[in-house]
Design a protein around this ligand. Structure first.
Ligand code: PMP
Length: 360
């Protein structure tokens, strides 16, 4: 088997053990003679897989009992619409914090359903910072406040949770969920596309406080109603069953690793190493304010962008894949989610140093 380090932002690499477990039971899940891919989602076998996955996720994130966990489809992008459709509850508008590309996507979609108040934005800094909470111009009558704790493209991350007691707080946690402990109880809704730290693409996890579930806006399509999905235990229609099963294996792996405190330590250590390598070189650069740097997505540029292609080609030759930045910004980006071992980061740092030596 060819061993590569995959730095893709998503779909991203999954833990090696998880892939092995999945391979072992791919054709025959626990003596049933069936693959999970072939099972009815309503079979006792699949229901047990689904329930175990939910219980493990609840344990990992310490999700309080008054929250529902939904295993949906449609990606985080569908949540950009589902959040306003379900949370407006007759109100006119919502507050959004704009910290980059994904916040803007959420804002643009929400504008189709409500008045959007951009309560704070780091656009003035080129999205290199996170606006201080003291500067947020929140509307006390907003239906909710939406923010993006980790901007996957810009590599900007909140290392604090906004304390907003009176208005429901909504987080697009797609690219940082499960990378560290997270205070669910401070939030009304958390959502995340699975394809980074949860499992394969095709699954979207939504954690929603139960008092916010019952009031979809009139005309909300059935598939966009939290109520329908909650009432049907995420089986209102055929769920993304195999991805749900894979997510369950990832949750099991995370528990075996020691949980999210352990992941947080490892992730901090990996990120600190990589940023130190960038900052101490005169050849690579990361422009994000150090206190706002992402521990999951590390964008960097080369002094001479003319070398980008050579860098990517040479990296791929030594097994370091998918280091290209998002198509909207170019440059490089190393996504170092939970499944990226420290050795992968070490190999990248070593390659970067060698490339610098050859090209200066
Ligand atoms: N939000 C964030 C922070 C993301 O990183 C992404 C995908 N990269 C999305 C939303 C969109 O997710 P999806 O492709 O699952 O719709």
């Amino acid at each position: 088997m060819v061993k590569v380090c995959n730095f893709s932002a998503g779909p991203a690499m999954l833990p090696a053990e998880v892939m092995q477990w999945a391979a072992q039971e791919l054709l025959d899940w626990k003596g049933t003679g069936m693959s999970v891919m072939e099972m009815s989602h309503r079979s006792a076998e699949f229901v047990s897989i689904a329930q175990t996955a939910e219980a493990d996720l609840r344990e990992l994130l310490a999700i309080p009992d008054n929250y529902r966990v939904l295993f949906l489809q449609g990606g985080a992008s569908s949540q950009f619409a589902m959040v306003p459709l379900n949370l407006l509850r007759g109100k006119r508008g919502a507050d959004y914090i704009n910290t980059g590309y994904w916040s803007r996507q959420a804002i643009n979609e929400a504008k189709r359903f409500c008045e959007v108040n951009v309560a704070a934005s780091s656009e003035g800094s080129g999205f290199m910072t996170i606006p201080d909470l003291a500067s947020w111009r929140l509307d006390p009558d907003a239906a909710y406040v939406h923010y993006t704790p980790n901007e996957t493209i810009g590599g900007v991350e909140f290392h604090w949770i906004p304390d907003i007691p009176d208005v429901p707080l909504v987080a697009d946690l797609s690219s940082t969920i499960l990378s560290r402990p997270f205070n669910v109880a401070n939030h009304a809704v958390i959502y995340a596309g699975a394809q980074k730290n949860i499992g394969p693409a095709g699954l979207t996890v939504v954690i929603v406080r139960d008092d916010l579930i019952g009031n979809p806006a009139p005309g909300t399509p059935a598939m966009f109603s939290y109520r329908n999905h909650a009432e049907a235990e995420s089986m209102y229609n055929t769920p993304s069953a195999f991805a749900w099963y894979m997510a369950g294996l990832v949750f099991k792996w995370l528990k075996e690793q020691g949980g999210l405190e352990v992941m947080a330590e490892r992730n901090l250590h990996k990120a600190e190493k990589l940023y130190a390598a960038i900052d101490t070189s005169g050849f690579y650069r990361n422009p994000v304010t150090p206190t706002c740097r992402s521990r999951m997505n590390v964008p960097f540029t080369l002094v001479d962008p003319g070398l980008d292609k050579t860098f990517l080609d040479k990296a791929a030759k030594v097994g370091l894949h998918a280091l290209n930045g998002h198509r909207s910004v170019g440059g490089m980006r190393a996504s170092i989610y939970n499944a990226m071992p420290e050795e992968g980061v070490d190999a990248l740092i070593e390659f970067m140093a060698e490339f610098e030596r050859c090209h200066t």
